[in-house]
Each structure stands twice: as structure tokens, then as C-alpha cells.
Design a protein around this ligand. Structure first.
Ligand SMILES: *Cc1c(COP(=O)(O)O)cnc(C)c1O
Length: 387
């Protein structure tokens, strides 16, 4: 029968401990309720704790009073879906990043599957870090470019590839995340930028999904922290994580923005985000520079959790708020996550193909609305688990 293939595939996934389901959840601030159990959310992307900040939501609604922005754009921005708030926000972004231009997208996924196919062609080589996010891989696959991956953060490997290939291609685009989503380690942006000086046909694409809001003096990401915003050709980030909204941005040169408006299919052929949503992103991004207190608190919590895991002899690639507890085996990871959930911590197992085989893990992510005491209790619980 025609369904046999699908049931068999699902059974296989079940046997491998890789079967996925969408959970039923209720949200109460930093807690999550699942199957009647209230748990501290240890898997959130709401890094600054803005998503459950009622005061911000009230301020936002009061600002507009009866004049709420539209709840739909009803069209692509290139037709009738263009609203003033879009260009106002793009101007704010360009100004804060001190770059020529910015462009908004419906999500980080849209950005990554849209920009690369638009800017790369048959004469382009895309060289990506082995661990880049699925959305970047999909973008690369949709493009006509040739594609090579370098070993994770291995600058020598990348240098070898560039030396060998740079004459064969018109353009080479190096693609990386700034903070890696599963290991919480950082790309060596300075080394990547150095390649742009060494080879004149190299461009740099950096996805700051997990760093925007969290890193940098004013929260603009790892590129701000390292003082290299101006050196990145395609600087991408999302509003869905620390910025507690939905959508994504690119900051770039004006000519790149003009080009994408003409060539980028997810921008041209999809209904633009609701102006209401863009206004909310604007409202939060506008205050980002002032959120130094939650950023510092998050950095302290993260440092403490990483050190605790190192003390428990755990492998620790992370230098950020994303802290993997790597167990290796799929089933053991699932069991440990369940056990932690029973003790009141919403921990989730991450398995292949999301991470390389044999590196299944619990991806702990911290948020600024957790207290030091809550983290300490969690660490005690983890200690008992590891013994
Ligand atoms: C989450 C994520 C995305 C996708 O962003 P969305 O706005 O959720 O679509 C892209 N890149 C990376 C590295 C991510 O972690």
C-alpha cells in the first residue's frame, strides 16, 4: 500500500530513538506546563526574558491606544504589502549597526533560504562551517553554487580550501553562524575577515540568530563585541529568539539590498509580516541598547553553569548562554532528559540529524529571568544525575 513507506520510516525512527512529536504545552513566564507538570524552561530561546515581560506588552499597546497597527499586510511588500513601519525599522537597524542599509524578512529561515540562492550563481563557491544551521544548508542547496564544508571552526582547513579554489570561482561566500546553536561556541570572525583581505573575491555571511540581543555592548551581537560589523557583507539575525518577536533582518551595503529586492524569491513571493508584528519588533529593538543588566546577569549565569559542568568532567565547547550537556547515546540522552523533567526542569534531548551522530545531548539554554538560586538548584539536580 502507498502508506507503507511512511509507517515503516516512522517505525525506524522510533527504533533509533529519533522519533519526533509536537508537544502540548502551556506557558507561564519562565515555566512550562506539560502533562500537568510545571517545569523551569531550560530550553528557551527567550534569552533576555522579554517574551514574558507583561510590562513591555502593556507599554507597547498603550503607545498605540486605539490606533493599533494592521494585523496583516495582505500582500508581498513589492505589491501592496509595504507599510511605513517597515522602512522606519530598516532605517533604525541601519543606523544602529552603522551600515548603509537593512532589509527585513518574515523569519530567519526565510532569510537564509532566500539570500544565498539570490546572491550565488554557478560561478560562486559557498564554503560553510560543518555545523551551520539547517536553514543555511537549505539555502545553499537551493542555490546554483558549488558547495564545500570546512571542519567546524577549523581555519586551517578553510585556508586550504580557499587557496586551492579561489582562482576557479568569480565569487566565494564564507558562511557561518556567530554563536553556534547546538555547541554554544563562537566563530573566529577576525580570522574569517582576514581571508577577505587575503583573497579579493571572498565575501562573508554571518548568522547572528543566537547572539543578537545577548552579545555586544549594545546587544548587536558577536560582530559588535569584536568590533567588526563593518567587515561583514551579509550580517543576518532573527527577531524570534532574544528579541521576543518574529522576523529577521539583514544589514548590508545599499547595492546588496537593492539587488535582493529584485532577486530574492521569499521576499518577493511571500506576504510580508503583519505591521503589528513589525511594530513590536521595532519597539523591542529600539530598547535593546539599554538592556545591559539582563545581558550581564545572563553572562554570569552562563559562566557559572559552564564551570559546573566542567567540574563534573563534561566536555564543554561552549563559551556562551547555550550550554550543551553531551551524553552521546540517543536513548541515554532521552532518558536523562525525562528524568530532569520529572524533577521540574524542562530539558530536551537533541539527537541526530540535528547534531552529528554520537553527540546526542541536552541543550541547556539560559535566560536572563532565571535567578542564581534557581540555577544553583538545577546544578544540584544535575550533579545527582551524573553521579
Ligand atoms: C533559529 C535559527 C534560524 C531561524 O530563524 P527563525 O526566525 O526562527 O526562522 C536561523 N539560523 C539559526 C542559526 C537559528 O538558530
Amino acid at each position: 500500500m502507498t502508506l507503507k513507506f511512511f509507517t515503516e520510516t516512522l517505525e525506524q525512527l522510533q527504533q533509533q530513538g529519533q522519533f519526533r512529536q509536537i508537544p502540548h504545552l502551556q506557558h507561564q513566564g519562565k515555566w512550562i506546563v506539560r502533562d500537568g507538570r510545571k517545569m523551569l524552561n531550560m530550553s528557551s530561546n527567550d534569552y533576555l526574558g522579554l517574551a514574558s515581560n507583561d510590562l513591555l506588552q502593556q507599554q507597547f499597546l498603550q503607545k498605540f491606544a486605539e490606533n493599533l497597527p494592521h494585523f496583516t499586510s495582505s500582500s508581498s511588500r513589492l505589491l501592496t504589502g509595504s507599510f511605513e513601519i517597515y522602512s522606519q525599522f530598516e532605517q533604525l537597524l541601519a543606523q544602529r549597526f552603522q551600515r548603509q542599509a537593512a532589509l527585513l524578512f518574515n523569519s530567519g529561515y526565510h532569510a537564509n533560504i532566500g539570500i544565498l540562492p539570490a546572491v550565488a550563481n554557478k560561478k560562486t563557491l559557498i564554503v560553510a562551517d560543518k555545523l551551520v544551521h539547517a536553514s543555511l544548508i537549505d539555502g545553499i542547496r537551493l542555490s546554483e553554487a558549488e558547495f564545500v564544508r570546512y571542519r567546524h571552526n577549523d581555519m586551517q582547513h578553510l585556508a586550504d580550501i580557499l587557496a586551492k579554489k579561489h582562482r576557479t570561482f568569480e565569487r566565494i561566500i564564507i558562511v557561518t553562524e556567530s554563536v553556534f546553536s547546538m555547541d554554544g561556541d563562537c566563530a573566529d570572525l577576525s580570522a574569517l575577515i582576514a581571508f577577505k583581505c587575503q583573497f579579493d573575491n571572498v565575501m562573508l555571511y554571518v548568522d547572528e540568530a543566537h547572539a543578537i540581543g545577548v552579545l555586544g555592548e549594545t546587544g548587536l551581537g558577536l560582530a559588535e563585541q569584536l568590533g567588526c560589523i563593518a567587515d561583514i557583507d551579509f550580517l543576518v539575525g532573527t527577531f524570534g529568539k532574544a528579541l521576543a518577536s518574529m522576523g529577521a533582518y539583514l544589514v548590508c551595503e545599499q547595492v546588496i539590498r537593492d539587488y535582493l529586492v529584485n532577486k530574492m524569491r521569499p521576499l518577493i513571493f511571500s506576504t510580508a509580516l503583519p505591521p503589528f508584528n513589525v511594530a513590536w519588533s521595532y519597539f523591542l529593538f529600539d530598547q535593546l541598547h539599554a538592556l545591559t543588566q539582563p545581558r550581564q546577569h545572563l553572562a554570569q549565569l552562563s559562566q557559572h553553569l559552564r564551570q559546573a559542568l566542567v567540574d563534573m568532567q563534561c566536555e564543554m565547547p561552549s563559551s556562551t548562554h547555550i550550554v550543551p550537556y553531551i551524553l552521546g547515546d540517543n536513548h541515554l540522552t532521552v532518558k536523562t532528559a525525562q528524568h530532569l523533567q520529572q524533577q521540574g526542569y524542562y530539558c530536551l534531548p537533541i539527537r541526530p540529524p540535528t547534531v552529528p551522530k554520537g553527540t546526542s545531548r541536552i541543550r541547556l539554554s539560559l535566560t536572563a529571568d532565571m535567578t542564581a538560586e534557581e540555577l544553583e538548584q538545577f546544578i544540584d539536580c544535575l550533579r545527582r544525575e551524573i553521579k
